[in-house]
Design a protein around this ligand. Sequence first.
Ligand code: ADP
Length: 177
Amino acid sequence: MDKKIDGATLSLVRGDITVEETDAIVNAANSRLAGGGGVDGAIHRAGGPSIMDECRKIGGCPTGEAVITTAGDLKARRVIHTVGPVYRDGRHREPELLASAYNASLELALKNNLKSVSFPSISTGAYGYPVEEASEIALNTVIGFLRSNKGITLVRFVLFSDRDYGVYKSTLERLLP
Ligand code: ADP
């Protein structure tokens, strides 16, 4: 499913982010940049050890911020690692920190002249963010960014399950009828 936001495309697909050919793919990392399970493990496995070498040099990334590395053997040019919040009850700045993770990733893409960016559904796996709530924050933040910044032409959400894809699709239809 695609929507036009000013000159840019916002796209939802079901799939595996490690095979995306956008300029950048975003990793849902942890604050030590230590690798792990979920999408983080999949990106490091598919991209090879050069990504972790750079992560070690960078050392870490606070929640809500983002850092950039090589993409190693992946088709994307760079990997942007961002750290979403661990969901507790929604009253510990989770919405703000989740929005910040998306904004920081897009700002870093812009600064590095990367025009197309793929995101996974940050924080909705091991970090426990309810996907209905997270999808609204994710999509609203990206829409807001594309409306107020020129330079990024494609943002794609790569949803790993049919259920997540369905939730993102119905949220986007509600936000942009
Ligand atoms: P977090 O710790 O931020 O919750 P996870 O990696 O546990 O990160 O989960 C985030 C989302 O990424 C989940 O919806 C999970 O299903 C999804 N995911 C896992 N592997 C992939 C992949 N290869 N491509 C895209 N999304 C993936």
